[in-house]
Design a protein around this ligand. Structure first.
Ligand SMILES: *Cc1c(COP(=O)(O)O)cnc(C)c1O
Length: 355
């Protein structure tokens, strides 16, 4: 039995893998593989509409908020967001809370003036800043709600009168938030809602159409909205797998139900990190991520033996990112709580044989 703690691409529900495999062979008894069907067919149009509708339902979105499935990773949104919202003389505010935020900042600088209103870089991104102000004239304020590499998460979303924009790649659909408060939300699907190759985008249509510069057709969100997320050939298979994952999430009871489970999973692991003499974490307690749990060993010499021990027992993907070191256990929606208890058990056994 494998326990998959990969950071992304990452675990999805087993039934999603089974249903997608079946659809590759014979979609809904049509005699065709989903990979060989036209995207303008009634079959695929239904898939796209159901997927967009489920996102709307699960996130409780109002009618101003539009749901799109776009090509590319979240990194494409680092430039597509400012391309749609910023003119060269405009300012946008960014919070720098990790590698992904700083990459978003770098791309945004190509389009306008960027004001980095807070940063936790000096403390190796081990916390979420809470003492900062966003200038009133900033066209938008961009945050990364969960910092996948350093294991920090905004527990509450900052109140601001500016348009709020969030990269939610690694905690999308993991907890209830008032999603209508956001002007724009984007997420690469491969962490918590599907396979690699597609972005979820939720945008309040009222923030669009305000820049003076031309936007290339395929980059302009308005064109995607007008065409129902079918401006060109969508990543059909990736959208289909997202749909299956969304159906699964709804059947679990939706975001509120999965949030409860996610809280239990995170509490189980952090409690062990705090209690076990061999482990600790560099992340500030109130900013700990419920999705990516980063931890280290007090004695770094034990890291390799611990890694080898859990690996030989079927635990996959807990090596920390090369920038933060140590370990990272990703506890995405599809990871069962039994995998977390199993890891905790191995941590206890390892403690018993090493103190
Ligand atoms: C993984 C990740 C990205 C990058 O996603 P790609 O799809 O590889 O471009 C961006 N932001 C966050 C928060 C991530 O976790």
């Amino acid at each position: 039995m494998i326990h998959n703690f990969n950071a992304g691409p990452s675990i999805l529900p087993k039934e999603v893998f089974e249903q997608s495999a079946q659809a590759v062979l014979n979609y809904n008894n049509s005699g065709l593989s989903i990979l060989e069907m036209g995207h303008r067919t009634p079959e695929f149009t239904e898939i796209m509409e159901e997927a967009r509708g489920l996102v709307r339902e699960l996130m409780h979105l109002d009618n101003d908020h539009q749901v799109l499935f776009l090509h590319g990773g979240a990194s494409t949104q680092f430039m597509q967001v400012p391309m749609n919202l910023l003119d060269p003389k405009d300012t946008a505010a960014y919070a720098d809370t990790g590698v992904w935020s700083s990459k978003a900042i770098k791309e945004a600088k190509l389009f306008g003036k960027i004001d980095v209103v807070c940063s936790s870089k000096e403390k190796n991104y081990s916390f979420i800043p809470n003492d900062f102000a966003v200038p009133n004239d900033a066209k938008y304020f961009h945050i990364t709600t969960n910092n996948t590499i350093y294991g920090t998460q905004w527990q509450s979303i900052p109140k601001t009168s500016n348009v709020l924009i969030a990269d939610m790649s690694s905690d999308i659909l993991s907890r209830e938030l008032n999603f209508n408060d956001f002007g724009l939300i984007y997420a690469g699907a491969q962490k918590n809602m599907g396979p690699a190759g597609v972005n979820l985008l939720v945008v309040n249509q009222n923030i669009l159409g305000k820049v003076k510069h031309p936007i290339p057709t395929i980059m302009d969100y308005r064109n995607h909205i007008a065409e129902g997320s079918m401006l060109n050939t969508p990543p059909v298979f990736a959208v289909y797998v997202c749909l299956l994952t969304l159906r699964w999430l709804k059947a679990q009871g939706g975001v509120a139900a999965i949030e409860k489970l996610n809280q239990q999973k995170a509490a189980l692991l952090y409690n062990e990190i705090d209690a076990n003499e061999l482990f600790t974490t560099n992340v500030v307690k109130e900013d700990r991520s419920k999705m990516n749990v980063c931890f280290v060993m007090k004695d770094p010499a034990l890291e390799k033996p611990f890694y080898d021990y859990v690996k030989s027992n079927g635990v996959i993907g807990i090596k920390g990112h090369r920038l933060s070191g140590g370990f990272r256990a990703s506890l995405y929606n599809a990871l069962p709580i039994s995998s977390v208890s199993y890891l905790v058990e191995l941590m206890r056994e390892f403690q018993q044989s090493h103190v």
